[in-house]
Design a protein around this ligand. Structure first.
Ligand code: NIG
Ligand code: FE
Length: 424
């Protein structure tokens, strides 16, 4: 059993409370449930109390056990950050493509020439499960330093049944052994592998008839994702794959309208996807349908930045009533960073989301996008004790002092996992 922790006298606590059942949309996204001079009491892996510090002190006084006190005077506390879209598990890296893109090659041209996702697929196929585990663990360690306490991880660099299962097993082992919690997504439809280039339907048949049943049977994923994009998987192919996944209990997600306007947002609404992700080129109609169907937009402004593209129109989506979440899209090609706080800076500065909306999008709305909002994403009694303490006086400061790591202490499941060495 973890000792009782008392986070004392934080300058500001961002609770993002009151939205565990439905994600925040429209103006609600700016409501953070702020507590000035707040105190939080943690017992086991749960939050026992969060409120004004005098009340927290009184709560602690009534306990029989002496708590460990973490003095947060002058500091900001938020829920643990949640990364709702990553491609965590892969082998190798693709720094050479950066140079190619700077010389004018496009992302899709590189993919069509057998590079891009297909290059990472070759590397991942050659790697053992242990190697994938070790390479991905390094990335997870970095995520934790940046305050990420839960993340979603997709397969999609194996593209054979055994290599897809190998990626998902590596993710499961990481979930079991690392402080960060991982929720897995099967993404066998990330690209058509080279050996099926002339017959993509034959590959889709394998995804539907072999990969999906094996993933479901071995309970290796909660979600099923598809790269629905011109030159990758059509809307019709994506729909068939997602519907097949649904029949096996896998919840749909879509890489939608990233490079061209393609109908991905509309498809997300049609199949009842929990989220549609990217959406740089989503149509007005698609956005309206997402709002109606309650599909969460997972926006990835780090990918737009790294691919030197205009980011998604977050303001239009928020105004249309689409709940917005943020994520890194950590992958070897289009967004090689573990810094979710930097992505939050991009959301603010490049997509004009307000600092309050940005925090909602990377906590409770991100939790909804991965189906975990009852457990995580806000600071409320009864929820998991996943918290970040920052060397910053308030939530505006973490957008203002951008591009540096302001994380001071990370608490995951009620345990200090980053920092805290100098505390008593
Ligand atoms: O979300 N867009 C498709 N897939 C990934 C990129 C994967 C890669 O380039 O390796 C993405 O950006
Ligand atoms: Fe992605």
């Amino acid at each position: 059993m973890n000792p009782i922790l008392y986070i004392k006298n934080a300058n500001q606590v961002v609770t993002v409370s009151g939205a565990s059942v439905k994600p925040k949309k429209g103006k609600e996204m700016a409501e953070l449930g702020l507590i000035e001079h707040g105190g939080i009491v943690i017992g086991g892996d749960r939050i026992l109390f969060a409120g004004p510090d005098e009340e927290a002190q009184a709560f602690v006084n009534d306990l029989t056990e002496e708590p460990i006190v973490i003095d947060a005077t002058g500091k900001l506390v938020t829920p643990g950050l949640i990364d709702a879209h990553t491609h965590l598990v892969f082998a190798g890296s693709r720094e050479k493509e950066l140079e190619m893109r700077l010389q004018g090659a496009t992302y899709i041209e590189i993919l069509e020439a057998g590079g891009g996702i297909l290059y990472s697929t070759t590397q991942t196929r050659q790697a053992s499960e242990e190697q994938l585990f070790e390479e991905s663990k390094k990335r997870l360690d970095r995520f934790l330093q940046y305050g990420v306490t839960t993340l979603e991880a997709k397969s999609g660099y194996g593209l054979t049944i055994s290599d897809e299962l190998k990626q998902l097993r590596a993710a499961r082992k990481l979930n079991e052994s690392h402080a960060i919690d991982i929720v897995s997504t099967f993404m066998g439809a990330h690209a058509v592998p080279l050996e099926y280039k002339s017959d993509p339907e034959a590959y889709i048949k394998i995804v539907i008839e072999q990969m999906l049943p094996a993933v479901a049977e071995q309970k290796l994923a909660v979600f099923c994702d598809v790269f629905c994009e011109h030159g990758v998987f059509t809307v019709d192919q994506s729909e068939r794959i997602l519907e097949a996944g649904k029949k096996l209990g896998l919840i749909p997600k879509i890489h939608a309208d990233e490079i061209v306007t393609f109908g991905g947002a509309e498809l997300a609404a049609k199949v009842g996807a929990i989220s549609a992700d990217h959406l740089l080129k989503a149509s007005d109609e698609g956005i309206a349908r997402m709002a109606e169907a309650g599909v969460i937009a997972v926006l990835l402004p780090g990918t737009a930045f790294f691919l030197m593209e205009e980011p998604a129109d977050a303001r239009k989506m928020i105004e249309a009533g689409v709940p917005v979440a943020l994520a890194t899209d950590r992958n070897p090609g289009s967004c090689p960073t573990e810094s979710l706080p930097l992505i939050m800076n991009f959301a603010c500065l490049n997509m004009k989301m307000t600092p309050a909306e940005v925090l909602t999008a990377s906590t409770i709305n991100a939790a909804h996008a991965i189906g975990l909002a009852k457990e995580i994403g806000s600071i409320e009694a009864g929820k998991k004790a996943d918290l970040v303490i920052y060397d910053a006086p308030n939530y505006l400061f973490i957008q203002y002092n951008f591009g540096v790591n302001l994380v001071d202490t990370v608490i995951k499941n009620g345990k200090v996992v980053v920092g805290g060495n100098d505390r008593d």
